[in-house]
Design a binder for this molecule. Sequence first.
Ligand code: SF4
Length: 595
Amino acid sequence: MNAIANISTSTHRLINVAELHPHPENPRIEPRQEIVDQLAAQMTAGMDPSHALIVRPRYAEDEGFEIISGHHRWLAAQQAGLSEVPCWVRDLSDADAYMQLVLCNTQSELHALEEGKHAADSGMDLKAYAEASGKAYKALYNKATAYRVASVSHVGIADIRDQWRNLAEIHAAPRWLWSALVAEMTRSTWTVAVTRERVAAFKSIGECLPWMNQSAIAEALVAGLMKPSEIERMAATVRETKVRDEEPHHFLLGMIQDLDDKKPARLSDVQAIVAAYESDQAKHDAEIRAEAIAKQRAEEDAAKRTHGLRANCSLEQWKTLTEEDRAMLLSPLPGLGGTFNQQKNEAIEWAQWSWNPVTGCKHDCPYCYARDIALGERMKQSGIYPNGWEPTFRSNALNAPATTKVPKSAAADTRYRNVFTCSMADLFGRWVPSEWIDAVMSTVRDSPEWNFLFLTKFPQRLAEIDVPDNAWMGTTVDMQARVKNAEKAFEKVGGKVKWLSVEPMIEPLRFERLDLFDWVVIGGASSSKQTPEWRPPYRWIESLVRQCDDAKVPVYMKTNLGIANRIIELPFDAPIQRDPQQAPDAFNYLGHSSK
Ligand code: SF4
């Protein structure tokens, strides 16, 4: 104010109109062309010096002058063809220049929105601005808020400058509704009261979310085509979606991106987008569930297969197994399998236990009772031999020596320590994988508390075995044709006890090297499916016993020979029952002993 107060006492100077520039913060939003025309008409003879413009040097550009007051006169001078106009040059600060822009314009020259713009753009507190400009605060506040609303409206300022009071009312609505409200106000020619009433309906409405089509929603709301509650339902549809953001499918991020791209304006549009992603998510979840179920089934099948293989692995299955599967079977899983089978009849009377980590045999002997058992109806129903008579490895059975306790009776009778091993097989048959034999022999070696008795009709293979002391290796010789082969093989067989099983004795036998054996068992045959019950003639037995006596080999006569005073001898430290050396004393009727 003070800087301008002494203008009348200053001297003006003529400045070329081209050197004059409008002030960038001139509050006038638009020049009044009728005023410019009127002033231009008065300047045909030049501008009256008393109407000189107020300008200041353009310090920032270092050239020309910035108009503080006289923007209309400057335009009129150009329209009138004047090259120079009288100006008062004042050295004003930016702040002073800014205030002079409004103070030097007469009230009639600036409309309300221009006043509001100047106040709003001043960067000053409105009260301070009101004081500095000498204007009423309340009116200034309304003009500033009206200008703020107008500045975001798509309706031209010229069309709404006279509705600045309506605009001030609209300012109470959320900012994102201003443009739509201004447009509807203009279209429907609302009064201030109607504007206030319409705005009241939107005062408490929430914000549009970034992915919503704000302008379209605002227009629909203002036009009454949409209820405010629909905005919350749109937000809730997204907020409550089941779509998740998880690796590797970022469905939720994709959905938000899709919403952002499509900018839905209606609840149905949002629901359609969300439903599409929920469907994708559901399909994905179903796939994951199906994969999990398939995986679980595969694991269950694998576990079932492993469980089955551990119990019974046929030779044919073994041939198809990987090294890993084979290694798994060769290492028994602790806790599986049972104990030895305790003998309940006299079939194997020289051993009170049997153990079958391998079953099945390909020798096809006609009198084979083991085959009859394995293929019998009872065993079929029990499932104990699921592979029938096919050679089968039973990994679980490898645990039996460790899980069976040696009975106290073994101290007095070796037969309670004896385990007929592979009573349902020929462990050393040509077809038996060496890994099966090694697994059995390793278990035997780890169980020194037991004697394991083996029998084979293929004794050549025994020569390849490193025989532990507690393995009694034996071979069956039922006919003379097997004698030579057995004697040849046993020249090379190791072990502490080597024995010969002559059961069933099918014909008289003549041995050359019974001294190779530590024990001979002689027996007949119970009936089988293919053969009748058989007891060898006494003379055959007697002949063989004599050969054993000559070779000093203990003899064990099986019950199935049907001999009353049979010889029951066992090798080494076993209890031995020899032939009676004398009749009981009750028979001593001549008064002397037979000794
Ligand atoms: S060798 Fe033994 S198990 Fe094999 S078929 Fe002959 S009797 Fe049966």
